[in-house]
Write a protein that binds this ligand. Structure first.
Ligand code: NAD
Length: 481
């Protein structure tokens, strides 16, 4: 079993004097690792070390293109070790190994993409008047905190850390309690790199004991958080007391809107994939199906068949769907499914499953629920499991009204062969990303990602995310001879 220490100020922290928390493989419930139960003083030490590293001449002398080269080296290293890292991600999260492989490749792409961008983050010159040269300079913000959830640990760590280091910041990553493995692998790589200690640090432990002190530390200059709405609100409130900016990605209740003129097979596959990926434990999961009334009966019949064909089992078996993360997440999904049984109709699924040989894992049938009221909390809140809720519309306006009828606005899928309808709906949904006749466009490291409404604040991914980690200094130079 692996003991995972924290990386603080270039030191590996974790010995008999620390308390340790167990990490389990969701596929079979077996313990696979232990993490240090970090404490507030660890956060204080990490912030101090990050400030020292950020202010050091050693770090200032690393040129932007050299930071970029370093990140590209990390991308290459990840690719060279992709299979081992994918196995860790698969064991940590329980996801099918091919999904873990895609996540590891996406992480390499983030380091590569932001590595390439490191020397292309530029300011402007602004005309003021003759005799004044006015320029804006984009400077790093300083020390950035990255609070990571458990559903896509390596991707979510990579996407914000790569952008923050590319722009010259010092980063502190707090991984989720359940999924520390691949962040630890990144920490090991940074530890062996020639960077000043304190530029990359990794702390572990409970959200309340290290996450909250990190978010509230006055020495932090920016916080990137992905996770639940209540925790996001808590992080934002804490950050407000230090006037620290936040980038929040808080999930969604994303709709797939299927019109009767859609390519039915393509839509069907899109709807299935959007909800079963990572067993529905995805912020951008397509958790609601909005279906045009005249297509409903035939579409639901086919969807039910597809759901019942899906193969479920441990991540290593690489089937269609793996387990739920842990007992807590399993219970909250099962409670919601129980409630759904009395409030609506279960078209298929609705129960837990035991997998022979993996009895300790947390498996739930992919489920379709029809007949819920659109205002019901099951239709409004994240279930964060393989549960699709179905709603019917009769015209374009009703589809848009339903799509916008939650407090979230992360992703929308639109399935139609009518280009006018597609554009009209795309321009009227309150959603950070819109996909027409596809869902996800293969991940897209380059595409800005983030939400309207309670789905969050700001955007990650793409060039625009570099702005999260820079601040603008305006310099006006008066010249006369
Ligand atoms: P969470 O939001 O509580 O945890 C996410 C991260 O925040 C973890 O690293 C955690 O340790 C840390 N954290 C917890 N409390 C904190 C605090 N007060 N201050 C700072 N950091 C803190 O999520 P969870 O409890 O793991 O999952 C609960 C629900 O959150 C899920 O059912 C799902 O609906 C949602 N969720 C969303 C995403 C997403 O991708 N948007 C990811 C994970 C979970």
């Amino acid at each position: 079993m692996k003991r995972i220490p924290m990386l603080i100020n270039g030191q590996w922290i974790g010995d008999e004097s620390n308390e340790w928390l167990s990490v389990f493989n969701p596929s079979n419930g077996e313990q696979i690792a232990e993490i240090v139960k970090g404490e507030k003083h660890h956060v204080d030490e990490a912030v101090k070390a990050a400030q020292n590293a950020f202010n050091s001449q050693e770090w200032k002398k690393v040129k932007p293109y050299e930071r970029g080269q370093l990140l590209i080296k990390l991308a290459n290293y990840i690719r060279e070790n992709a299979e081992e890292w994918s196995q860790w991600e698969c064991q940590d999260v329980g996801k099918p190994i091919s999904q873990a492989r895609s996540d590891v490749e996406a992480a390499a792409r983030y380091f590569e993409f932001y590595g390439g961008a490191a020397d292309k983050v530029m300011g402007d010159t602004i005309p003021i008047e003759d005799g004044i040269l006015n320029a804006t300079v984009l400077e790093p913000v300083g020390v950035t905190a990255h609070i990571i959830p458990w559903n896509y640990p390596i991707q979510i760590t990579a996407r914000s850390v790569a952008a923050a280091i590319a722009t010259g910041n010092a980063v502190i990553v707090k991984s989720a309690e359940d999924t520390p493995m691949t962040t630890h692998a990144i920490a090991k790589w940074f530890d062996e790199s020639k960077l000043p200690k304190g530029i990359f640090q990794h702390i572990t432990g409970l959200g309340s004991e290290v996450g909250a002190p990190l978010a509230g530390h006055p020495g932090i200059n920016h916080i990137t958080f992905t996770g639940s709405v209540p925790t996001g609100i808590a992080v934002m409130k804490t950050a407000a007391s230090n006037v620290v900016p936040v980038t929040l990605e808080l999930g969604g209740k994303s709709p797939n809107i299927v019109f009767a003129d859609a390519d039915e097979n393509k839509a069907l596959e899109g709807v299935v994939r959007a909800i079963i990926q990572n067993a529905g434990q995805t912020c951008s999961a397509g958790a609601r199906l909005l279906i045009e009334e005249k297509l409903k009966e035939s579409f639901l019949e086919k969807l039910k068949t597809r759901f019942e064909e899906l193969k479920i089992g441990p991540g290593k078996d690489d089937l269609d769907m793996g387990p739920i993360l842990n007992q807590k997440q399993f219970n909250q999904i099962m409670n919601k499914l129980e409630a759904a049984k009395s409030k609506g109709q279960v078209i298929t699924g609705g129960s837990a499953i035991t997998i022979e040989g993996s009895e300790g894992g947390y498996y739930i049938q992919p489920s379709i629920i029809d007949g819920l009221d659109a205002s019901d909390n099951l239709a409004q809140e994240e279930i964060f499991g393989p549960v699709l809720t179905v709603f019917t519309f009769n015209d374009v306006e009703e589809a848009i009204q339903l799509a916008n009828a939650t407090e979230y606005g992360l992703v929308t899928g639109i399935w139609t062969s009518n280009i006018n309808v597609a554009h009209y709906v795309a321009s009227n949904v309150k959603s950070g990303q819109v996909f027409i006749n596809n869902y996800g466009a293969a991940g897209g490291v380059q595409m800005p990602f983030g939400g309207y409404k309670k789905s969050g604040i700001g955007r990650e991914k793409g060039f625009i995310a570099l702005k999260n980690y820079t601040q603008i200094k305006n310099i006006a130079i008066s010249f006369t001879i």
